[in-house]
Write a protein that binds this ligand. Sequence first.
Ligand code: CU
Length: 507
Amino acid sequence: MRLSRRDFVKIGAGSGLAAGSAAFVSGAAYAQQSTPVLPPPSVKAEGPCAKSLLGEGVAKPDFTLDVDEKPYKAYGVDLKAQLVGGSWPGTPIRYTEGDMFRVLINNRMKEPTCIHWHGLLLPSLMDGVPEISQLPILPGTSQYYEFPLVQSGSYYYHSHLGFQEQYGLLGSLIIDALDNPYSYDEDEVLMFCDIPPAEGPEIIKDLRSGSKRPEINEAYEPPNTKGFDIDVRNAGITLNGKSNDDPWILSVKKGARLRLRLINATGSTFFRVQLAGLKFTIIEVDGNRVKPFEADSVIIPTAARYDVLVDIPQGGSYTLHAAVLGDDIQCIGVIHTDDVAPVANKGRAEFKGVTADFRSLRSFKESDFGRKADRMLDVLLSGNMKSYEWEMNEHYWPAEYAGPDPLKTYLDVEYGEVVQLRMINRSRMSHPMHLHGHTFRVLGTKDDRFAPVMDTVWVPAGETVTIEFLANNPGMWAFHCHNIWHLAVGMMQPVRYVTTRPLRDAE
Ligand SMILES: [Cu+2]
């Protein structure tokens, strides 16, 4: 069933959840809960994962994601991977704005999982975060997710349980716009993943053994940021599942205009990306339209997405370089015209010209909420590299590897407020901060009326970044650092609605 735009009532500017359509009733019912009510436990499958899970009156899923354990080898490392549809990245999902999202997860693993739809505006109980929005999906059981898609752009899905995301449990999630303002000849998803050097518990053990930052000669560092720190030296980076010895290749026509959806789906990697000296134009960040910005390279933090347009002016073979900040490794891919053989330039990336990051961007439309913030909250980001503990507001969220005395603390907001979160980074590391279920404006970039709208923002070491959002989606929402190692030790403080909207009659 395709919903029309009329079915959606925007509750506020910039972002908003659908209301008023019959299809949304279940979502609205979830969203009405002032304290989260856990959904019924996952349905126990009989034999192979629940074929009969979906009873009468429930629409069939458009995508069935089979999650299973599988050995995986890349860059000389053997890992126990957890994959969707047997590949890393997993089964791609694609919809059109206004569609109902109907996805079934079959957990065929021997351990629980929980799947999060990164960047989507959805009912809280569909958000897939254990302990915050749903129960884990137990081994041999299935979970059905259904909600209306009220936005467009480049997103991805990933497990929000343990280290699974770092070991392959993720895939792309693209929502085509109903009215696409851009024209291009090719539309390509470029998904970057980092391959860890060992299993998760081993990496945490190493980090806790007091080892310092690895000595890296010739590390790539962004301009104006000295000494970009990393925790873990990854074995390598894949692009759409391909490693550098057999790189990802795209064949196009001479003169083609390409839309590239650059998705940083890594556990802890920041990239600086360039395309063989070709200028490109940034058109969207985290699925939100920006004033077109021309650049020679762009810095993409963990869990962020940048959509760019690039023209392939003449016949040739063009190598894309994604250099890892703070390390000396890079990922390559090749785009070539169909009259020329692909040739990978495996040399070290050399950067020239304009480097963009979130501070370069302005929202395409005015993003201001038209009033001052109702609530301003400080969020201290701090840590201890020696004991390997990472905190938000000097607390750890309970997690398997959280520091001593983890505690459930929340950032409380009320429905309808304009909320500012001032993130003060008192550490020497950068933190890619992600808020679930909302988009936010990143203030202090250029002109706050046109602040870029995002869902994941880089808070550089020692700096302060303020975001502003409209509290229009009641529930409990994960707000955390998207570096998997920081999250694993408890770097999370959820946003909790302490009031909901008043009762009202159906329109
Ligand atoms: Cu962090």
